[in-house]
Design a protein around this ligand. Sequence first.
Ligand code: GLV
Length: 322
Amino acid sequence: MVRPRVTVSRRLPPAVEARLQERYDTTLNTTDERMSADALREALESSDALVSTLGDPISGELLHRCRPRAKIIAHFGVGYDNLDVATARDMGITVTNTPGVLTEDTADLTIALLLASARRMSEGERELRSGNWTGWRPTHLLGTRLSGKTLGLVGFGRIAQAVARRARLAFGMQVMAWSRSLTDELASQHDVRRIAALDDLLRVSDFVSLHVPGNVDTRHLIDARRLAIMPAHAHLINTARGSVVDQAALIDTLANHRIAGAGLDVFEQEPMVPADLLALPNVAAIPHMASATVESRTAMGMLVLDNLDAFFAGQHPPNCVN
Ligand code: GLV
């Protein structure tokens, strides 16, 4: 039997690549360099499936320029804002993603950024590495404690729920959440307070953590006006998508100490991050690595395989998004 031809846009964990090669006629990206839009188009035209990853620009315009042989794009990642899923659907291309398996690791890293921002860890590390530390003193690099403080979650999907659990049980925080779809029942199941208006959540939270998908509805959800609502002692954590925050407004807000700090895993134009942002002492920044554990990334790859296997067996893939 002829094996379906699969092209993979980036290196995947070894166990995943090995299994793909066992089951499919697989073309791996051995250089791990980002594929250009033209290379992605060619892959869609010459393969039965494309395994895409975050940042692959599969726009409606690219799809329209394409005569795809591929009938499935099995995306490696939970967020798929790089993909025009509606156009793919109209062209008869199934799109799948990899939810669930990265929830706990992403929540862990959200808490790590919360701590890093609250306790000025990035600032301390920069001081230490630059040789400017002059020793322990009682008033040096004082941060703020998490215990007893209020965490406001923007969005209340799986990852936000896992963050809420950690914040309540491990750190004794009071957790509130705003989400268009959050019901009182769901909020009370998770022991969080539902706030009906986003502005009200921002006004009263000591820490705000973003957990909404990146799309046209959430673009710049946190803009200059909303940043101005936050108290001056508040911290903003973003492990969702860079597009959710107006980054220029955030730089201005942080530079003028209108909020206390930010913990950022995601940026508006990845991998470009403005030098102005990185220079700010009150920013803890890491390069989009919230799900970067061997366990999560391997499980994400295995979900890609589950989706491909179901699709090529003529079944409905378990994580179809369109
Ligand atoms: C990572 O950001 C993902 O969407 O999986």
